[in-house]
Design a protein. Structure first.
Length: 404
Protein backbone atom coordinates (compact mmCIF):
# COMPACT_ATOMS: atom_id res chain seq x y z
CA UNK A 1 0.00 0.00 0.00
CA UNK A 2 2.77 2.43 0.90
CA UNK A 3 5.47 3.00 -1.70
CA UNK A 4 8.99 1.95 -0.73
CA UNK A 5 12.15 3.85 -1.57
CA UNK A 6 14.32 2.34 -4.28
CA UNK A 7 16.77 1.34 -1.56
CA UNK A 8 16.81 1.73 2.22
CA UNK A 9 18.19 5.09 3.29
CA UNK A 10 20.39 5.19 6.39
CA UNK A 11 21.38 8.34 8.26
CA UNK A 12 24.18 8.16 10.82
CA UNK A 13 23.12 9.22 14.30
CA UNK A 14 25.27 9.53 17.46
CA UNK A 15 22.48 8.23 19.69
CA UNK A 16 20.85 5.44 17.67
CA UNK A 17 23.66 4.49 15.30
CA UNK A 18 21.52 4.68 12.18
CA UNK A 19 18.16 6.14 11.24
CA UNK A 20 16.49 3.73 8.78
CA UNK A 21 14.11 4.97 6.10
CA UNK A 22 12.48 2.72 3.50
CA UNK A 23 9.15 4.52 2.97
CA UNK A 24 8.95 7.14 0.22
CA UNK A 25 6.50 9.30 2.17
CA UNK A 26 8.90 9.48 5.12
CA UNK A 27 11.80 10.34 2.83
CA UNK A 28 9.75 13.03 1.09
CA UNK A 29 8.79 14.60 4.43
CA UNK A 30 12.42 14.64 5.58
CA UNK A 31 13.42 16.43 2.38
CA UNK A 32 10.62 19.01 2.59
CA UNK A 33 11.47 22.64 3.29
CA UNK A 34 9.37 22.61 6.49
CA UNK A 35 11.29 19.68 7.92
CA UNK A 36 14.65 21.08 6.82
CA UNK A 37 13.71 24.25 8.73
CA UNK A 38 14.19 22.23 11.93
CA UNK A 39 17.94 22.23 11.26
CA UNK A 40 17.79 25.94 12.13
CA UNK A 41 16.12 25.46 15.50
CA UNK A 42 18.14 24.26 18.47
CA UNK A 43 16.73 21.46 20.55
CA UNK A 44 17.44 23.01 23.94
CA UNK A 45 16.46 26.66 23.68
CA UNK A 46 18.51 28.70 26.13
CA UNK A 47 20.50 25.76 27.49
CA UNK A 48 23.07 26.15 24.73
CA UNK A 49 24.43 29.24 26.51
CA UNK A 50 25.25 26.96 29.48
CA UNK A 51 26.34 23.76 27.75
CA UNK A 52 28.53 24.89 24.89
CA UNK A 53 28.12 21.72 22.83
CA UNK A 54 24.31 21.74 23.03
CA UNK A 55 24.00 22.98 19.45
CA UNK A 56 21.93 20.01 18.30
CA UNK A 57 18.70 20.71 16.49
CA UNK A 58 15.05 19.73 16.44
CA UNK A 59 15.89 18.08 13.11
CA UNK A 60 18.08 15.43 14.74
CA UNK A 61 15.65 14.88 17.60
CA UNK A 62 12.70 14.44 15.23
CA UNK A 63 14.61 11.84 13.25
CA UNK A 64 15.45 10.08 16.52
CA UNK A 65 11.82 9.95 17.60
CA UNK A 66 10.84 8.59 14.18
CA UNK A 67 13.50 5.88 14.46
CA UNK A 68 12.29 4.80 17.91
CA UNK A 69 8.67 4.64 16.74
CA UNK A 70 9.80 2.65 13.71
CA UNK A 71 11.53 0.19 16.03
CA UNK A 72 8.52 -0.01 18.34
CA UNK A 73 6.04 -0.83 15.58
CA UNK A 74 8.36 -3.34 13.91
CA UNK A 75 10.48 -4.90 16.69
CA UNK A 76 8.14 -4.94 19.71
CA UNK A 77 5.95 -7.90 18.81
CA UNK A 78 2.91 -6.87 20.84
CA UNK A 79 2.84 -3.42 19.27
CA UNK A 80 3.42 -4.77 15.78
CA UNK A 81 0.56 -7.24 16.16
CA UNK A 82 -1.80 -4.57 17.52
CA UNK A 83 -1.43 -2.20 14.55
CA UNK A 84 -2.23 -2.47 10.86
CA UNK A 85 0.08 -1.11 8.15
CA UNK A 86 -1.59 2.30 7.91
CA UNK A 87 -1.49 2.76 11.68
CA UNK A 88 2.22 1.91 11.76
CA UNK A 89 3.01 4.45 9.04
CA UNK A 90 0.79 7.04 10.74
CA UNK A 91 2.65 6.54 14.02
CA UNK A 92 6.04 6.85 12.33
CA UNK A 93 5.00 10.04 10.58
CA UNK A 94 3.57 11.47 13.80
CA UNK A 95 6.89 10.78 15.51
CA UNK A 96 8.75 12.43 12.64
CA UNK A 97 6.47 15.48 12.58
CA UNK A 98 5.63 15.92 16.27
CA UNK A 99 7.93 18.97 16.59
CA UNK A 100 7.49 20.47 13.12
CA UNK A 101 5.68 23.43 14.70
CA UNK A 102 8.45 24.46 17.06
CA UNK A 103 9.61 28.05 16.85
CA UNK A 104 13.13 29.32 17.53
CA UNK A 105 14.51 28.80 21.04
CA UNK A 106 12.10 25.91 21.44
CA UNK A 107 9.64 26.17 24.33
CA UNK A 108 10.78 29.70 25.22
CA UNK A 109 9.16 30.96 22.03
CA UNK A 110 5.76 29.61 23.02
CA UNK A 111 5.69 32.26 25.74
CA UNK A 112 6.42 34.90 23.09
CA UNK A 113 3.75 33.83 20.58
CA UNK A 114 1.26 32.70 23.27
CA UNK A 115 0.67 29.64 21.12
CA UNK A 116 1.75 26.05 21.72
CA UNK A 117 4.02 24.38 19.23
CA UNK A 118 1.46 21.56 18.96
CA UNK A 119 -1.04 24.02 17.53
CA UNK A 120 1.43 25.17 14.88
CA UNK A 121 2.35 21.53 14.24
CA UNK A 122 -1.22 20.56 13.40
CA UNK A 123 -1.65 23.65 11.24
CA UNK A 124 1.49 22.81 9.27
CA UNK A 125 0.30 19.25 8.77
CA UNK A 126 -3.26 20.12 7.74
CA UNK A 127 -3.39 23.64 6.23
CA UNK A 128 -2.40 22.79 2.66
CA UNK A 129 1.33 23.15 3.13
CA UNK A 130 4.05 21.15 1.42
CA UNK A 131 3.73 18.63 4.28
CA UNK A 132 -0.04 18.32 3.75
CA UNK A 133 0.41 17.65 0.05
CA UNK A 134 3.10 15.00 0.62
CA UNK A 135 0.88 13.13 3.06
CA UNK A 136 -2.28 13.41 0.95
CA UNK A 137 -0.48 12.42 -2.25
CA UNK A 138 0.62 9.30 -0.40
CA UNK A 139 -2.75 8.41 1.05
CA UNK A 140 -6.01 10.35 1.29
CA UNK A 141 -6.81 11.40 4.85
CA UNK A 142 -3.28 10.70 6.08
CA UNK A 143 -2.64 14.31 7.16
CA UNK A 144 -5.65 14.26 9.49
CA UNK A 145 -4.69 10.85 10.85
CA UNK A 146 -1.20 12.11 11.72
CA UNK A 147 -2.49 15.34 13.27
CA UNK A 148 -5.05 13.38 15.30
CA UNK A 149 -2.26 11.30 16.84
CA UNK A 150 -0.41 14.46 17.86
CA UNK A 151 -3.49 16.08 19.42
CA UNK A 152 -4.51 12.83 21.15
CA UNK A 153 -7.67 12.39 19.11
CA UNK A 154 -6.69 9.27 17.19
CA UNK A 155 -9.27 6.50 16.89
CA UNK A 156 -6.55 4.18 18.20
CA UNK A 157 -5.19 5.57 21.52
CA UNK A 158 -2.14 3.35 21.29
CA UNK A 159 -0.71 5.54 18.53
CA UNK A 160 -0.65 8.65 20.73
CA UNK A 161 0.92 6.68 23.58
CA UNK A 162 3.88 5.85 21.33
CA UNK A 163 4.44 9.56 20.65
CA UNK A 164 3.28 11.38 23.77
CA UNK A 165 2.80 9.69 27.13
CA UNK A 166 4.97 9.14 30.18
CA UNK A 167 6.80 6.34 28.40
CA UNK A 168 7.14 7.48 24.80
CA UNK A 169 9.55 7.81 21.91
CA UNK A 170 9.79 11.58 22.37
CA UNK A 171 11.13 11.34 25.93
CA UNK A 172 13.21 8.28 25.10
CA UNK A 173 15.09 10.24 22.46
CA UNK A 174 15.48 13.67 24.02
CA UNK A 175 16.87 12.35 27.31
CA UNK A 176 19.63 10.38 25.60
CA UNK A 177 20.27 13.02 22.93
CA UNK A 178 20.36 15.97 25.32
CA UNK A 179 22.63 14.10 27.73
CA UNK A 180 24.99 13.28 24.86
CA UNK A 181 25.24 16.83 23.56
CA UNK A 182 25.40 18.54 26.94
CA UNK A 183 28.14 16.18 28.06
CA UNK A 184 26.13 15.12 31.09
CA UNK A 185 25.39 11.58 32.26
CA UNK A 186 22.11 12.27 34.02
CA UNK A 187 19.93 11.38 31.04
CA UNK A 188 21.35 7.92 30.41
CA UNK A 189 19.13 4.89 31.03
CA UNK A 190 18.61 1.38 29.64
CA UNK A 191 16.51 2.06 26.54
CA UNK A 192 17.00 -1.41 25.09
CA UNK A 193 15.67 -3.07 28.23
CA UNK A 194 12.57 -0.88 28.22
CA UNK A 195 11.85 -1.68 24.56
CA UNK A 196 12.40 -5.37 25.22
CA UNK A 197 9.85 -5.41 28.06
CA UNK A 198 7.13 -3.32 26.38
CA UNK A 199 3.78 -4.99 25.88
CA UNK A 200 0.21 -4.05 24.86
CA UNK A 201 -2.71 -4.71 27.21
CA UNK A 202 -6.21 -5.26 25.78
CA UNK A 203 -4.99 -4.08 22.38
CA UNK A 204 -4.95 -0.39 23.40
CA UNK A 205 -2.82 0.19 26.49
CA UNK A 206 0.98 0.30 26.43
CA UNK A 207 2.39 -1.49 29.49
CA UNK A 208 5.75 -2.67 30.76
CA UNK A 209 6.52 -6.18 32.01
CA UNK A 210 7.22 -6.47 35.71
CA UNK A 211 10.81 -7.45 34.88
CA UNK A 212 11.26 -4.05 33.20
CA UNK A 213 10.37 -1.98 36.27
CA UNK A 214 14.00 -1.46 37.25
CA UNK A 215 14.81 0.03 33.86
CA UNK A 216 11.76 2.31 34.09
CA UNK A 217 12.81 3.46 37.56
CA UNK A 218 16.19 4.41 36.10
CA UNK A 219 14.47 6.23 33.22
CA UNK A 220 12.29 8.24 35.60
CA UNK A 221 15.27 9.33 37.67
CA UNK A 222 17.16 10.25 34.49
CA UNK A 223 14.28 12.48 33.45
CA UNK A 224 14.11 14.09 36.89
CA UNK A 225 17.83 14.85 37.00
CA UNK A 226 17.88 16.21 33.45
CA UNK A 227 15.17 18.71 34.30
CA UNK A 228 17.06 20.13 37.26
CA UNK A 229 20.56 19.92 35.83
CA UNK A 230 19.84 20.94 32.22
CA UNK A 231 16.30 22.05 31.32
CA UNK A 232 15.74 24.17 34.45
CA UNK A 233 19.29 25.45 34.74
CA UNK A 234 19.00 29.01 36.13
CA UNK A 235 21.35 30.49 33.52
CA UNK A 236 19.29 28.99 30.69
CA UNK A 237 16.21 30.47 32.33
CA UNK A 238 17.99 33.84 32.51
CA UNK A 239 18.55 33.76 28.74
CA UNK A 240 14.91 32.95 28.11
CA UNK A 241 13.80 35.66 30.57
CA UNK A 242 15.73 38.32 28.65
CA UNK A 243 14.24 36.99 25.41
CA UNK A 244 10.71 37.34 26.79
CA UNK A 245 11.40 40.84 28.11
CA UNK A 246 12.77 42.00 24.75
CA UNK A 247 9.59 40.95 22.97
CA UNK A 248 7.51 42.47 25.76
CA UNK A 249 9.23 45.80 25.13
CA UNK A 250 8.74 45.52 21.36
CA UNK A 251 5.04 44.75 21.82
CA UNK A 252 4.64 47.65 24.25
CA UNK A 253 6.26 50.05 21.78
CA UNK A 254 3.90 48.85 19.07
CA UNK A 255 4.79 48.03 15.50
CA UNK A 256 2.94 51.04 14.09
CA UNK A 257 5.40 53.33 15.91
CA UNK A 258 8.48 51.33 15.03
CA UNK A 259 11.26 52.59 12.81
CA UNK A 260 13.28 50.75 10.22
CA UNK A 261 15.27 48.90 12.88
CA UNK A 262 12.25 46.79 13.79
CA UNK A 263 12.52 44.37 10.92
CA UNK A 264 9.40 42.91 9.32
CA UNK A 265 10.42 39.47 10.59
CA UNK A 266 9.09 40.30 14.05
CA UNK A 267 5.98 42.17 12.91
CA UNK A 268 3.63 39.15 13.19
CA UNK A 269 4.68 38.68 16.83
CA UNK A 270 4.61 42.35 17.79
CA UNK A 271 1.20 42.94 16.20
CA UNK A 272 -0.41 40.23 18.29
CA UNK A 273 -2.38 38.95 15.30
CA UNK A 274 -2.63 35.32 14.29
CA UNK A 275 0.67 34.37 12.71
CA UNK A 276 0.40 33.02 9.18
CA UNK A 277 2.31 29.86 8.34
CA UNK A 278 4.32 31.77 5.70
CA UNK A 279 5.46 34.22 8.39
CA UNK A 280 6.09 31.41 10.87
CA UNK A 281 8.27 29.57 8.38
CA UNK A 282 10.62 32.58 8.36
CA UNK A 283 11.06 32.42 12.13
CA UNK A 284 14.10 30.31 12.88
CA UNK A 285 17.19 30.96 14.98
CA UNK A 286 19.25 32.10 12.02
CA UNK A 287 16.81 34.85 11.08
CA UNK A 288 16.05 35.79 14.70
CA UNK A 289 19.74 36.03 15.51
CA UNK A 290 20.17 38.52 12.67
CA UNK A 291 17.06 40.33 13.85
CA UNK A 292 18.48 40.68 17.36
CA UNK A 293 21.72 41.96 15.87
CA UNK A 294 19.81 44.71 14.06
CA UNK A 295 17.92 45.55 17.25
CA UNK A 296 21.20 46.31 19.02
CA UNK A 297 21.13 49.59 17.02
CA UNK A 298 17.50 50.35 17.89
CA UNK A 299 16.92 53.94 19.10
CA UNK A 300 14.99 52.71 22.13
CA UNK A 301 17.66 52.12 24.81
CA UNK A 302 15.77 49.25 26.44
CA UNK A 303 15.34 47.37 23.17
CA UNK A 304 18.97 47.87 22.20
CA UNK A 305 20.25 46.87 25.63
CA UNK A 306 18.18 43.68 25.82
CA UNK A 307 19.16 42.76 22.25
CA UNK A 308 22.84 43.20 23.13
CA UNK A 309 22.36 41.01 26.18
CA UNK A 310 20.92 38.22 24.03
CA UNK A 311 23.55 38.54 21.31
CA UNK A 312 26.55 38.81 23.62
CA UNK A 313 25.31 36.63 26.52
CA UNK A 314 25.23 39.44 29.07
CA UNK A 315 22.52 37.77 31.08
CA UNK A 316 20.62 38.75 34.20
CA UNK A 317 21.77 37.84 37.67
CA UNK A 318 19.50 35.60 39.70
CA UNK A 319 18.81 34.51 43.25
CA UNK A 320 16.14 32.69 45.19
CA UNK A 321 12.92 34.67 45.49
CA UNK A 322 12.57 36.02 49.03
CA UNK A 323 10.21 38.94 49.78
CA UNK A 324 12.62 41.03 51.87
CA UNK A 325 15.54 40.53 49.49
CA UNK A 326 13.31 41.14 46.48
CA UNK A 327 12.30 44.56 47.81
CA UNK A 328 15.94 45.52 48.37
CA UNK A 329 16.91 44.51 44.84
CA UNK A 330 13.96 46.32 43.28
CA UNK A 331 14.78 49.50 45.20
CA UNK A 332 18.41 49.30 44.07
CA UNK A 333 17.34 48.82 40.46
CA UNK A 334 15.01 51.83 40.65
CA UNK A 335 17.78 54.01 42.09
CA UNK A 336 19.98 53.00 39.18
CA UNK A 337 17.34 54.00 36.64
CA UNK A 338 16.11 50.59 35.56
CA UNK A 339 12.50 50.20 34.44
CA UNK A 340 11.26 47.22 36.44
CA UNK A 341 8.78 46.29 33.71
CA UNK A 342 11.75 45.12 31.64
CA UNK A 343 14.55 44.57 34.15
CA UNK A 344 12.89 42.44 36.79
CA UNK A 345 11.25 39.05 36.44
CA UNK A 346 10.21 36.09 38.51
CA UNK A 347 10.45 32.54 37.25
CA UNK A 348 8.95 29.60 39.09
CA UNK A 349 9.45 25.97 38.09
CA UNK A 350 8.50 22.69 39.74
CA UNK A 351 9.10 19.09 38.82
CA UNK A 352 8.16 15.71 40.19
CA UNK A 353 9.90 12.60 38.87
CA UNK A 354 6.60 10.94 38.01
CA UNK A 355 2.99 11.94 38.58
CA UNK A 356 0.39 9.27 37.82
CA UNK A 357 -2.65 10.70 36.09
CA UNK A 358 -6.04 10.18 37.67
CA UNK A 359 -8.29 7.41 36.45
CA UNK A 360 -7.18 4.70 34.06
CA UNK A 361 -5.85 7.19 31.52
CA UNK A 362 -2.88 6.69 29.27
CA UNK A 363 -0.85 9.28 31.15
CA UNK A 364 0.24 6.78 33.78
CA UNK A 365 2.81 4.03 33.34
CA UNK A 366 1.26 0.60 33.73
CA UNK A 367 3.00 -2.62 34.68
CA UNK A 368 1.93 -6.12 33.69
CA UNK A 369 2.53 -8.31 36.71
CA UNK A 370 3.57 -11.94 36.53
CA UNK A 371 0.00 -13.06 37.29
CA UNK A 372 -1.30 -11.13 34.24
CA UNK A 373 -2.86 -8.25 36.18
CA UNK A 374 -1.82 -4.63 35.62
CA UNK A 375 -0.76 -2.09 38.19
CA UNK A 376 -0.01 1.61 37.97
CA UNK A 377 3.77 2.01 38.33
CA UNK A 378 3.79 3.54 41.82
CA UNK A 379 1.94 0.45 43.07
CA UNK A 380 4.52 -1.83 41.53
CA UNK A 381 7.69 0.05 42.51
CA UNK A 382 8.67 1.01 46.05
CA UNK A 383 11.10 3.57 44.67
CA UNK A 384 8.49 5.32 42.54
CA UNK A 385 5.95 5.15 45.39
CA UNK A 386 8.43 6.95 47.64
CA UNK A 387 9.18 9.55 44.98
CA UNK A 388 5.58 10.56 44.31
CA UNK A 389 4.67 10.71 47.99
CA UNK A 390 7.62 12.92 48.81
CA UNK A 391 7.60 16.72 48.58
CA UNK A 392 7.52 18.29 45.13
CA UNK A 393 10.73 20.09 44.31
CA UNK A 394 10.38 23.66 43.10
CA UNK A 395 12.72 26.53 42.36
CA UNK A 396 11.55 30.14 42.47
CA UNK A 397 14.05 32.63 41.15
CA UNK A 398 14.14 36.36 40.50
CA UNK A 399 16.12 37.77 37.58
CA UNK A 400 17.63 41.25 37.31
CA UNK A 401 20.62 43.04 35.75
CA UNK A 402 23.86 43.18 37.66
CA UNK A 403 24.26 46.50 39.47
CA UNK A 404 27.78 47.57 40.43
Amino acid sequence: MFKKTTEEKVLRDPVHGYIHVDLQVVWDVINSSWFQRLRRIRQLGGAYVVYHCAEHSRFGHSLGVYELVRRMVSEVQDISNALNEREKVTAMLAGLLHDIGHGPYSHAFEGVTKTSHEEFTCRIIEENTEITRILEDCCEGLSKDVADVIRHESSNPLLSQLISSQLDADRFDYLLRDAYFTGTKYGEYDLERILRTMRVHDGKQLVIKESGVYAVENYIMARYHMYWQVYYHPVARSYETVLHLLFKRLKDLGYENADEHVISLFEPIISGKKISLDAYFQLDETSCGYGFHLLTKHPDPIVSDLAIRIRDRILFEYQDSQPNENRKIRNTLKKNGYDLHYYWAKDEVAQSPYVPYSGSGTGSIWVRMKDGSTKELSNASNIVYSLIHGPEKDDNKVYFPKVE
